[in-house]
Write a protein that binds this ligand. Structure first.
Ligand SMILES: [Zn+2]
Length: 162
């Protein structure tokens, strides 16, 4: 299938950092686009274009997983906010749905005056994909946090904050 999200899940495309986490119906990966180190993608394993088409089992895992993913990002990077958004619309065509879980800090002002979608649009325009080694380091830590399920004390990765 000609779907980038599916190809990443199936290991047919390069995924810096590798798979971070999976549940029965969802996977967590690092974003391959220019949204900064620590931005995670949360998506159903099944090729599904629309949120309204998720099964009840997929839906039941969605909220807790987004909550956990935002906690992992928060614990590791200590952002002032974690954005969670779902666009999945490229060239006006619906795409394999995926949530973007993105840390944000005030120092990203140097990229965009305004936060939220303005910041995302500015970052997407830069096309600067994050440093691979730094992404791999983040993913290694993130896997550990998911596995320990928040039971330990974490030292934030200050060195790779944006
Ligand atoms: Zn797909």
């Amino acid at each position: 299938m000609d779907c980038y999200a599916c190809q990443l899940i199936q290991g047919q495309k390069d995924l810096p950092g590798g798979r971070v986490h999976r549940t029965q119906h969802w996977v967590v990966e690092h974003c391959t686009g220019p949204l900064g180190v620590g931005t995670l993608i949360v998506k159903p394993i099944r090729h599904c274009l629309h949120l309204w088409e998720l099964t009840s089992q997929e839906t039941a895992e969605m909220g807790p997983l987004l909550h956990e993913a935002s906690q992992v990002v928060s614990k590791l990077l200590q952002p002032s906010q974690v954005y969670i958004c779902l666009w999945s619309h490229a060239g006006w065509q619906p795409q394999h749905l995926h949530f973007v879980v993105q840390p944000s800090w005030e120092n990203l002002k140097n990229i965009s005056d305004k936060p939220g979608p303005y910041l995302q649009a500015a970052m997407l325009q830069t096309s600067e994909t994050p440093n691979r080694a730094t992404v791999e380091q983040f993913c290694e830590h993130a896997r550990g946090v998911f596995q320990r399920n928040g039971s330990l004390t974490f030292s934030p990765l200050r060195s790779i904050r944006n």
